[in-house]
Design a protein around this ligand. Structure first.
Ligand SMILES: Nc1ncnc2c1ncn2[C@@H]1O[C@H](COP(=O)(O)OP(=O)(O)OP(=O)(O)O)[C@@H](O)[C@H]1O
Length: 421
């Protein structure tokens, strides 16, 4: 098991990880999610003893990585697949890692077979594609047959077949009772691979729960209803009937209606009573991607200017930080639907000040705001924006110890003392 307690990492006045506590348990694939720059790699480096926490602790099986007896046999990691001497063959690279850790040479051929690189084992790795490099990095992580495995973006650059292979590999490793901790930005893939999720934003814990619980805590079930395209008056009539019955109705981009707050049979009955024919009535649940976007959209550090113009974020005073999301409640101050258990209107639009172009902006699910007109689907005014967490106080960098030998496949530059970077 990996256990972090109050883990904090500051680089000068930049707080990369703040007061992070979690456990990664054996026998499951635990996904590690967060927007770019949220602190995932920093956390993984601290788990692997490549960076010193400024405060807090992180242990593997009760020991800090550097104190683990025979660490390469207990922990395998893929942090950066490019951290390979390009002039060496795949086999030579793995052989050198094996020799450093007292692992027999036959294990090298075994893992080359596991990752499917046996045919190119004697080719120099500098000629490898991104996907081949990832496979080599995974081979290095598996070399010591460890009980604990960390993978930072393992499917990066892999083709669909490779992605499926990694998914099955992660699941098989977990099914053998190993601890598998894997970061990824591919939500659809995480939904299929991970049992449990740890989500961070700006270095802080946002969620620590099963994939199923995460989706239901951060999304709302809804129904899609479609009336005949050629008769828009039927759509208006149905919309009014559903709203009157207590449903919340939003237009979808393709002309359908997204309805929450009413069960499907009730929607069908209401349509029948209103004498409205239906072309579609289907149940939907938000995907992990939608749930994730909703939870993390306020803690994204790097955002296209086009997104900002779309008005997905409330205007903040210059220099102000957006507030941290409240676990289970999404991101305050953002035009995302409030969770159903809050009594809010899922997929509702914000009331109050108009968007940057004079009207309510497009919502995250594509519902357009009527420029210059009040939004007929406006949700009640959002609660007051939660205060941002206090800016971390710059502290002198803690004295750094000399880092230990890097775990298999750790990037060479990241094994340098931080002061050197
Ligand atoms: N050695 C370093 N010196 C200074 N700042 C750093 C250092 N390493 C990371 N940071 C900063 O810490 C923050 C967290 O970075 P980190 O790489 O851990 O994020 P991440 O979640 O892995 O991002 P990504 O998804 O883009 O890989 C970033 O703002 C980054 O710029």
């Amino acid at each position: 098991m990996i256990e972090a307690v109050g883990l904090t990492k500051r680089y000068g006045d930049k707080t990369a990880v703040y007061n992070l506590s979690f456990q990664v348990r054996p026998g499951a694939v635990t996904g590690f999610l967060g927007p770019n720059g949220s602190g995932k790699s920093t956390t993984m480096r601290m788990v692997l003893g490549l960076d010193n926490p400024t405060s807090g602790t992180v242990t593997i099986g009760g020991y800090p990585y550097r104190k683990l007896p025979n660490a390469p046999r207990q922990v395998g990691a893929l942090l950066d697949a490019k951290a390979v001497h390009g002039g060496r063959s795949a086999r030579a690279h793995l052989l050198s890692l094996a020799q450093l850790s007292g692992i027999p040479a036959r294990r090298v051929d075994e893992v080359l077979g596991v990752v499917g690189l046996q045919e190119v084992a004697r080719k120099r790795s500098k000629g490898f594609s991104l996907g081949m490099g990832q496979r080599l990095g995974i081979a290095a992580a598996l070399l010591g047959d460890p009980q604990v495995l960390l993978f930072d973006e393992p499917v990066n650059g892999l083709d669909p077949e490779g992605i499926l292979w990694v998914r099955n590999l992660m699941k098989a490793l977990a099914a053998e009772g190993r601890t598998v901790f894997v970061s990824s930005h591919l939500m659809s893939e995480m939904a299929l691979t991970a049992d449990h999720l740890i989500v961070i934003g700006r270095g802080q814990l946002l969620a620590d729960m099963s994939v199923k619980d995460f989706i239901s805590a951060n999304s709302a079930d809804f129904a899609r209803v479609r009336t005949p395209d050629s008769e828009p008056q039927l759509r208006e009539k149905l919309s009014a009937a559903l709203t009157e019955a207590g449903g919340h109705v939003l237009p979808e981009q393709d002309g359908a209606l997204r309805v929450t707050g009413l069960p499907l049979p009730r929607i069908s009955d209401l349509a029948h009573e209103a004498d409205v024919r239906l072309w579609e009535l289907s149940p939907h649940q938000a995907s992990l991607e939608e749930a994730y976007m909703r939870m993390t959209q306020g803690v994204v550090d790097y955002r296209s200017t086009i997104d900002q113009k779309a008005g997905l974020q409330q205007q903040l005073p210059p220099g102000a930080q957006p507030p941290m999301p409240v676990p289970g409640q999404g991101q305050p101050g953002w035009y995302a639907p409030p969770p159903p258990q809050q009594g809010g209107q899922p997929f509702g639009m914000p009331a109050g000040p108009s968007g940057p172009y004079g009207g309510a902006p497009a919502g995250p699910y594509g519902a357009p705001g009527a420029v210059g007109h009040p939004n007929p689907y406006a949700a009640p005014a959002a609660p007051p924006v939660q205060a941002a967490p206090p800016a971390p106080v710059p502290q002198p960098q803690a004295a750094q110890e000399q880092p230990p030998a890097a775990p298999a496949s750790a990037p060479a530059d990241k094994t340098q003392p931080e002061d050197a970077r």
